[in-house]
Design a protein around this ligand. Structure first.
Ligand code: FES
Length: 97
Protein backbone atom coordinates (compact mmCIF):
# COMPACT_ATOMS: atom_id res chain seq x y z
CA UNK A 1 0.00 0.00 0.00
CA UNK A 2 2.38 2.67 -1.14
CA UNK A 3 -0.29 5.30 -1.72
CA UNK A 4 -0.04 5.21 -5.51
CA UNK A 5 -2.62 3.62 -7.74
CA UNK A 6 -1.19 1.03 -10.10
CA UNK A 7 -2.24 1.28 -13.73
CA UNK A 8 -4.19 -1.78 -14.77
CA UNK A 9 -3.04 -2.34 -18.32
CA UNK A 10 -5.36 -4.14 -20.73
CA UNK A 11 -3.51 -3.47 -23.99
CA UNK A 12 0.25 -3.57 -23.47
CA UNK A 13 1.01 -2.78 -27.09
CA UNK A 14 -0.90 0.52 -27.03
CA UNK A 15 -0.67 1.23 -23.28
CA UNK A 16 -4.43 1.20 -22.71
CA UNK A 17 -5.70 0.77 -19.15
CA UNK A 18 -8.98 -0.45 -17.72
CA UNK A 19 -9.71 3.15 -16.71
CA UNK A 20 -9.21 4.27 -20.34
CA UNK A 21 -11.75 1.67 -21.48
CA UNK A 22 -14.26 2.58 -18.79
CA UNK A 23 -13.91 6.26 -19.67
CA UNK A 24 -14.44 5.52 -23.37
CA UNK A 25 -17.60 3.57 -22.50
CA UNK A 26 -18.77 6.52 -20.40
CA UNK A 27 -18.17 8.74 -23.44
CA UNK A 28 -20.39 6.53 -25.59
CA UNK A 29 -18.40 3.55 -26.91
CA UNK A 30 -20.83 0.67 -27.37
CA UNK A 31 -18.76 -1.73 -29.49
CA UNK A 32 -15.17 -2.85 -30.00
CA UNK A 33 -14.73 -0.91 -33.23
CA UNK A 34 -15.47 2.33 -31.41
CA UNK A 35 -13.07 1.39 -28.62
CA UNK A 36 -10.40 0.70 -31.27
CA UNK A 37 -10.95 4.07 -32.90
CA UNK A 38 -10.94 5.92 -29.60
CA UNK A 39 -8.04 4.12 -27.91
CA UNK A 40 -6.14 2.14 -30.60
CA UNK A 41 -6.77 -0.95 -28.50
CA UNK A 42 -6.06 -4.10 -30.51
CA UNK A 43 -4.04 -2.25 -33.13
CA UNK A 44 -0.58 -3.10 -31.80
CA UNK A 45 1.87 -5.79 -32.94
CA UNK A 46 -0.14 -8.63 -31.37
CA UNK A 47 -3.26 -7.43 -33.23
CA UNK A 48 -5.38 -7.72 -30.13
CA UNK A 49 -4.77 -11.36 -29.36
CA UNK A 50 -4.24 -10.44 -25.72
CA UNK A 51 -6.39 -7.39 -25.18
CA UNK A 52 -9.50 -7.78 -27.35
CA UNK A 53 -11.00 -10.64 -25.31
CA UNK A 54 -10.39 -8.64 -22.11
CA UNK A 55 -11.81 -5.43 -23.58
CA UNK A 56 -14.82 -7.38 -24.85
CA UNK A 57 -15.51 -8.77 -21.42
CA UNK A 58 -15.23 -5.31 -19.81
CA UNK A 59 -17.54 -3.83 -22.45
CA UNK A 60 -20.06 -6.67 -22.14
CA UNK A 61 -20.13 -6.36 -18.37
CA UNK A 62 -20.69 -2.60 -18.52
CA UNK A 63 -23.45 -2.98 -21.12
CA UNK A 64 -25.03 -5.94 -19.32
CA UNK A 65 -24.90 -8.22 -22.36
CA UNK A 66 -23.20 -11.56 -23.09
CA UNK A 67 -19.62 -11.18 -24.33
CA UNK A 68 -20.55 -12.89 -27.61
CA UNK A 69 -22.70 -9.86 -28.42
CA UNK A 70 -19.76 -7.46 -28.40
CA UNK A 71 -17.21 -9.66 -30.18
CA UNK A 72 -17.08 -9.21 -33.97
CA UNK A 73 -18.83 -12.00 -35.89
CA UNK A 74 -16.49 -14.90 -36.45
CA UNK A 75 -13.83 -13.40 -34.18
CA UNK A 76 -11.28 -15.98 -33.17
CA UNK A 77 -8.02 -14.90 -31.58
CA UNK A 78 -4.91 -16.49 -33.13
CA UNK A 79 -3.94 -19.76 -31.51
CA UNK A 80 -0.30 -18.72 -31.46
CA UNK A 81 1.21 -15.34 -32.29
CA UNK A 82 3.32 -15.16 -35.47
CA UNK A 83 6.95 -14.28 -34.69
CA UNK A 84 7.93 -10.86 -36.04
CA UNK A 85 10.94 -12.36 -37.87
CA UNK A 86 8.56 -13.71 -40.53
CA UNK A 87 7.57 -10.15 -41.43
CA UNK A 88 11.11 -8.79 -41.65
CA UNK A 89 13.15 -8.79 -44.86
CA UNK A 90 15.71 -11.56 -44.73
CA UNK A 91 13.99 -13.28 -41.79
CA UNK A 92 12.29 -16.63 -41.74
CA UNK A 93 13.27 -19.66 -43.78
CA UNK A 94 16.01 -18.48 -46.14
CA UNK A 95 19.50 -17.82 -44.84
CA UNK A 96 21.48 -16.38 -47.78
CA UNK A 97 24.34 -14.99 -45.73
S1 FES B 1 -2.02 -6.07 -26.31
FE1 FES B 1 -3.41 -4.88 -27.44
S2 FES B 1 -2.72 -4.92 -29.49
FE2 FES B 1 -1.29 -6.09 -28.36
Amino acid sequence: MGGGVAKKIVCRCEDVTIDDILEAIERGARDLETLKRMLRIGMGPCQGSHCIPIAASILARKLGVPVEEVLPPGYRPPLTPTPIKYFLKGGGESDQG
